[in-house]
Design a protein around this ligand. Structure first.
Ligand code: HEM
Length: 448
């Protein structure tokens, strides 16, 4: 036990009961309303401190950031999924990698991916026309996963073959599901279970695919032939200040990290956007009015996006109510005070965009879906850490501009032509690796 015992919090048994009744997300919300902005949750040998107030978010990420790192809480992700990739690496390695990779993710640099995003969006327009004509019900979550997986795979590897995209997506998703499940039920690696076997097969296949791709590119470089101008190409060409390049296994880890961090998150955001638009016809009408007035029959372009501020506001409001990463962790590495409580080294701290984004002191009528919360005037007057769907501080999501551009473009291309109808009751969102609608999102595609 590493947590200072004085921090208020529920008895372990009541949490267990609450978890089975409400699920993790709602149970943490219930405990927040009961115990306040900083509380401790103890479950067996594990304990963590949840912080909800934006001042505490600021302290963990900015003012007292040296007191926190990604240690024990990230062991599973590091070991089973991303290795030394950016999301879970620490210290000098993280610093070097972040510096090497930052130039590829600036607002301007990510614009180089706009064309491939638009090409994939156009493909979905044709596909959805067919779906609209047939009237079949599809799972919007899966529709968006296929779209964002294709985009990120083309951006990272220039992967063009459809069967490669389908295969890689499925294998990496097996790895993600295994890692998520292991966090709750840590079966030993050596146990001859079907899950362990499926994980090892998927991991070996993904590693072999990427290693092979790198080897092919090295051979082309050696032969003086051009290599694709994609993210893997940039990573292979990147040199630090001493002229050092990334070793092969690190290239592979970063490529997997990009796929892991960069497709399901944006897919869930877009799926949540369709659900929110279907449930709020007034917002959908304003969105359609903006798209019709500003685009007419013209194409969606980077230039045109500047004239579509409401479309971006819709995305931001979706990320407020349905942040794809509703929780994430930090580990205290030295004694530190947060939210008025002393934490000892080793304390696991959970940040909760999902609940901070609903804090009634910072958001009026927090459950109401209202994109006007993101006009420039409204954004300027808010506590800067009341909204952090991409985290904040030096470990802010490196893909945030990529993702916002992707959502802005895809929503513009698809919402100008389609008004999907989500079938049945409003979805219940729960934590399943990322924030996900329970039982999927059955949807009928309708042309406007
Ligand atoms: C809606 C979409 C997205 C959301 C909500 C999101 C959210 C986040 C959050 C909350 C973190 C911090 C996690 C932590 O500290 O444990 C993070 C980190 C990260 N994200 Fe994203 N992300 C999104 C899209 C993307 C995309 C498209 C990419 C890549 C192309 C990406 C790559 C990363 C990486 C590499 C990190 C680790 C950064 C570091 O520690 O230096 N993310 N993201």
């Amino acid at each position: 036990m590493t947590t200072t015992p004085r921090i208020p919090g529920p008895a372990p048994l009541s949490v267990l009961r609450g978890l089975s009744r409400r699920g993790f997300l709602d149970e943490m919300g219930h405990q927040w309303r009961t115990h306040g902005d900083t509380f401790a949750v103890r479950l067996g040998p594990q304990s963590m401190v949840l912080v909800v107030h934006p001042d505490a978010v600021r302290d963990v990420h900015l003012t007292r950031r040296r007191s926190f790192d990604k240690r024990k809480s990230y062991d599973g992700v590091r070991r089973y999924l991303t290795g030394d990739g950016l999301i879970a690496s620490t210290g000098e390695l993280w610093k070097r990698q972040r510096k090497l990779m930052a130039p590829f993710f600036t607002p301007r640099a990510v614009q180089t991916y706009a064309d491939l995003m638009l090409a994939d969006a156009d493909r979905v327009v044709s596909h959805w026309r067919g779906l609209a004509a047939s009237g079949v019900t599809v799972d919007m979550g899966e529709e968006m996963m296929e779209l964002t997986a294709s985009i990120i795979l083309r951006a990272v590897f220039s992967t063009a073959a459809e069967e490669d995209i389908v295969r890689l997506k499925s294998r990496v998703e097996t790895m993600i599901r295994y890692t998520t499940r292991r966090a709750v039920l840590p079966v030993p690696d050596w146990a001859p279970t079907p899950a362990n076997r499926r994980y090892r097969e998927a991991r070996d296949e993904v590693h072999a695919y990427i290693d092979d791709l790198i080897a092919q590119r090295r051979a082309r470089e050696a032969a003086g032939e051009p290599v694709p101008d994609d993210l893997l190409g940039h990573l292979m060409a990147a040199r630090d200040s001493d002229g050092g390049a990334m070793r092969e296994s690190l290239l592979r880890d970063e490529a997997i990290t990009m796929f892991f961090a960069g497709h399901e998150t944006t897919a869930r955001t877009l799926a949540a956007a369709w659900a929110a638009l279907a449930a709020h016809p007034d917002v959908a009408d304003r969105l359609h009015a903006e798209l019709d007035a500003e685009l007419g029959e013209g194409p969606v372009t980077l230039e045109a996006l500047k004239r579509l501020p409401y479309t971006l506001q819709v995305t931001k409001e979706v990320l407020r109510l349905y942040p794809a990463a509703p929780f994430y962790m930090r580990d205290a590495v030295e004694p530190v005070e947060i939210g008025g409580w002393d934490l000892t080294p080793g304390t696991a701290v959970m940040l909760t965009p999902y609940w901070t984004h609903r804090h009634p002191d910072f958001w009026g009528d927090p459950e109401r879906f209202d994109p006007d919360r993101f006009t420039p005037e409204a954004e300027a007057t808010r506590h800067p850490q009341a909204y952090f769907p991409f985290a904040t501080g030096e470990r802010v999501c490196i893909g945030n501009h990529f993702s916002l551009l992707e959502s802005h473009l895809l929503l513009a291309v698809l919402a100008r032509r389609f008004a999907p109808v989500v079938v049945g009751d409003p979805p219940r969102w729960l934590m399943a690796g990322v924030l996900s609608p329970e039982g999927g999102l059955p949807t009928v595609i309708r042309e406007r």
